[in-house]
Design a protein around this ligand. Structure first.
Ligand SMILES: Nc1nc2c(ncn2[C@@H]2O[C@H](COP(=O)(O)OP(=O)(O)OP(=O)(O)O)[C@@H](O)[C@H]2O)c(=O)[nH]1
Ligand SMILES: [Mg+2]
Length: 391
């Protein structure tokens, strides 16, 4: 499904139609309500996985539809979320109860169909927790880390510490888990301290809120829309084609400079460059019409899309006068003007120098405009499709 979405969007961008790409993306994302999200609950045996599944579904361990607790489960069972029927919780057997090491353990349960993970750990951060985190990270998937049985930890601390402080004890447990996960290369791990017997306390309410808040983005991950890369690769391909044409524009301007009377080649080059710029604008969908269409389809105001455009030409009407103005900023311009004025009286040498300078000017100007417009195009598309750039 993900690759079909990526393909459709790529085709629209290839056809110079970022507006269509935006409406396809919106449609796919609207359909996320129908996407099934498979959440795997994993961790060591006895850590409280089945109890968590029950708590998350809002039922007691004693309920007859509850996931069985206090039994060593060796099979994987699934339970639909009562409010979100497309969210399925998979209660995995404890990692310690199977003969499989962590890497084979997840493969064994068909991790490809599992979209998101919840690691449940009790008492303290253990080696198996680290291995699970590592394996999930390797698959490119995300997880929350639940440190269960917090009530037991607090009770033990209260009994053994002379200056017991609940807040401090919770902070120490949290830091220990975060450190353990960061040591595995997990950046900004999401850790929740939970007691399944005091659900209103500690982090259980935050955990519920977080899952609800992040559900759309989790579903988006299931869609596997790789939009930043799709945009980047289409723009890169176009840029390569434009780049290969620059030398011809530069040669054209050199010929014009060689045969024209001095003073006229600046105007001729401005004409060539104006035309080059329009080609880039249209090619990258940065012209007025394309931008308006993109804004309509992505429901993002035009100003919101323009704000990421940094190229000096972006959002401007490209006229000859504007190009001449910008040509004047090029370091080559002074030389060029001097050559046009001073060498007009030495016909052959004058022509050669004027031609070389014209070639260089058009080449430099086109290359730098192509660089900055391709970056703008990427930013605008990413902004319109409302996607996170990984760059
Ligand atoms: N005190 C306390 N006990 C808990 C908590 N969560 C689970 N338990 C208890 O821990 C025991 C094991 O819980 P389960 O939910 O069966 O653990 P599990 O991870 O599913 O175990 P396996 O399926 O065998 O791997 C049960 O007696 C639960 O009542 C908690 O937050 N606090
Ligand atoms: Mg269980």
């Amino acid at each position: 499904m993900g690759s079909k979405a990526n393909e459709d969007i790529k085709k629209a961008l290839d056809n110079n139609d970022p507006g269509l790409a935006a409406s396809i993306t919106t449609k796919y994302l609207e359909d996320t309500n129908n996407i099934q999200l498979n959440i795997a609950v994993t961790g060591e045996s006895g850590s409280g996985k089945s109890t968590f599944v029950n708590a998350f579904r809002g039922i007691d361990n004693r309920d007859e539809t509850a996931a069985p607790t206090d039994v060593v489960e060796t099979t994987i069972e699934s339970y639909p979320h009562p409010r979100y029927p497309n969210v399925i919780l998979w209660d995995l057997p404890g990692i310690g109860t199977t003969k499989f090491p962590a890497d084979q353990y997840l493969k064994r349960f068909g991790f490809e169909k599992l979209d998101f993970f919840i690691i449940v750990s009790a008492y303290r951060f253990r080696e198996n927790d680290a291995k699970l985190a590592q394996e999930i990270k390797k698959m490119g998937k995300k997880f929350y880390f639940i440190r269960s049985k917090i009530d037991n930890n607090l009770r033990d601390a209260e009994r053994s510490q002379r200056k017991y402080d609940e807040g401090e004890t919770l902070q120490e447990i949290r830091e220990n888990c975060i450190q353990g996960l960061e040591d595995q290369g997990v950046t900004s791990p999401q850790v929740f301290l939970v007691s399944h017997f005091h659900l209103h306390k500690y982090d259980f309410p935050t955990l519920e809120e977080t899952i609800e808040r992040e559900m759309p983005s989790l579903k988006r991950d299931v869609l596997n829309l790789d939009l930043p890369n799709v945009c980047r690769s289409v723009i890169h391909k176009k840029k390569e084609v434009f780049s290969s044409q620059i030398k011809y524009y530069a040669l054209l301007s050199a010929f014009v400079a060689a045969v024209l009377i001095p003073g006229l080649s600046i105007a001729a080059d401005a004409g060539i460059l104006g035309w080059v710029l329009k080609t880039y604008f249209n090619g990258f969908g940065l012209d007025k019409k394309s931008m308006e269409k993109l804004s309509r389809h992505s429901t993002k105001p035009l100003g919101y899309l323009r704000v990421v455009m940094k190229c000096v030409f972006s959002g401007k009407n490209v006229t000859k006068a504007l190009v001449v103005l910008l040509l004047r900023c090029l370091p080559l311009f002074g030389m060029w003007e001097a050559a046009e004025e001073g060498l007009g009286s030495i016909p052959t040498l004058g022509s050669i120098i004027a031609a070389s300078l014209s070639f260089l000017t058009v080449y430099t100007f086109s290359s730098s405009a192509l660089d900055s417009l391709s970056v703008d195009a990427e930013h605008v598309q990413i902004q319109a499709l409302n996607i996170q750039s990984t760059r």
